[in-house]
Design a protein around this ligand. Structure first.
Ligand code: NDP
Length: 330
């Protein structure tokens, strides 16, 4: 086993973060307890921001980018993990404060590891990745709130053809919830229906600010877009319904009123995947193992070599990637 490998590293270039490929060795890695040989990583929106330098994701430099990894434990000083264990890491500050996944090896803290469910290969785990695991957290939150029912009111999914959106549709449909997909790409209607969407709405219809209280339409919503889209989702949610907000693909703003909250009892459920506690992660992964159809997962996935990261980063920020992109780091 050679211990030298190519990694995608963000470095300081005259005060600005700049990414590029660099040769590292295992000896360069941080001194955490568990050494993982990474089989695959993934491309998430946040990875797009980090790789392109358009977002200051890394809070210290140099930084190995990549927020998601799936692979096998090679060495461990932690009692709970042994060589050969199949593991996943989603978030926990990877690519922000901790060296991340774009390279063949990484050392991580034992508490960041989730056991890879038997039903998934490492490639499938990264086809799910942070985006898919976050979609699962969103569905957990809506179910916990008790607002969605099989065969009940419609559930809106915004940013539908993206990573979070695609997995959310498949998970909701698997439980029998009617799903309406909001997309700016009408040409993806067949793809979205194939994942289980029962209705499609044009992204533009949610981008224009409407009245603070609009016709009640959604029992619940999974929103990865933010901004006016989230404002409209709240304004169109039924009495007592809820919106799980996890993203900012459109905007970080939330120019709304309190009316949906105080006159309709609508709940805004904030979803964070990065620091979510282990029990919540295990539950989200258990849902994915139980409900995510492998054919649908394959339909939403493309696998790309790490060498294409710079162009893929621009594509995801432009909303041009569909579903999920797995990154082959070897
Ligand atoms: P993707 O780029 O794969 O999906 C985002 C989708 O949003 C696009 O495919 C597009 O869908 C839609 N979109 C893009 N730009 C705009 C725009 N300007 N206005 C309206 N819609 C737009 O990203 P991910 O699915 O990986 O992530 C989605 C969001 O969720 C990101 O903001 C990401 O940072 C966030 N996120 C948050 C997490 C958390 O822990 N809270 C974890 C994971 C992701 P379409 O073409 O169908 O309209």
């Amino acid at each position: 086993m050679t211990d030298r490998f190519t990694a995608f590293v963000i470095e300081d270039a005259n005060g600005k973060p700049k990414g590029g490929f660099k040769e590292l060795s295992v000896a360069d890695l941080p001194d955490h307890e568990v050494l993982v040989e990474i089989a695959f990583s993934a491309l998430n929106y946040k990875d797009g921001l980090a790789v392109s330098g358009k977002g200051r994701i890394a809070r210290k430099l140099p930084m190995v980018a990549g927020i998601d990894l799936a692979g096998t434990v090679v060495e461990s000083r932690a009692p709970d993990w042994k060589p050969g264990d199949r593991v996943v890491v989603n978030g926990w500050g990877l690519s922000e404060t901790q060296w991340g996944a774009y390279g063949r090896f990484q050392r991580v803290k034992p508490e960041w590891l989730t056991r890879l469910p038997d039903v998934f290969t490492p490639e499938q785990a990264m086809a799910i990745g942070t985006a898919g695991y976050t979609a699962s957290l969103c569905v957990d939150a809506l179910e916990d709130r008790g607002v969605i029912q099989p065969g009940g009111g419609e559930v809106l999914v915004t940013g539908a053809a993206g990573g979070v959106g695609s997995v959310a549709i498949a998970l909701l449909a698997a439980r029998g919830y009617p799903v309406t997909a909001s997309t700016g790409r009408p040409e993806q209607a067949d793809y979205l229906k194939g994942l289980g969407a029962t209705g499609i709405v044009e992204r533009a219809s949610l981008l224009e600010k409407g009245a603070p209280l609009q016709k009640e339409r959604w029992a619940g919503a999974v929103d990865s877009v933010g901004g006016i889209t989230l404002v409209n989702a709240l304004s169109q949610t039924v009495y007592g319904g809820a919106v799980a907000a996890c993203g900012l693909a459109g905007s970080t703003d939330l120019p709304t009123t309190v009316l949906p909250f105080i006159l309709r009892g609508v709940a805004l459920l904030g979803i964070d995947s990065v620091m979510a506690p282990a029990a919540r992660r295990e539950r989200a992964w258990a849902r994915l193992a139980r409900d995510l159809d492998s054919g649908k997962l394959a339909a939403m996935t493309t696998v790309e070599p790490m060498s294409k990261l710079p162009e893929l980063a621009d594509a995801i920020l432009a909303g041009k990637t569909r579903g999920r992109v797995v990154i082959d780091v070897n």
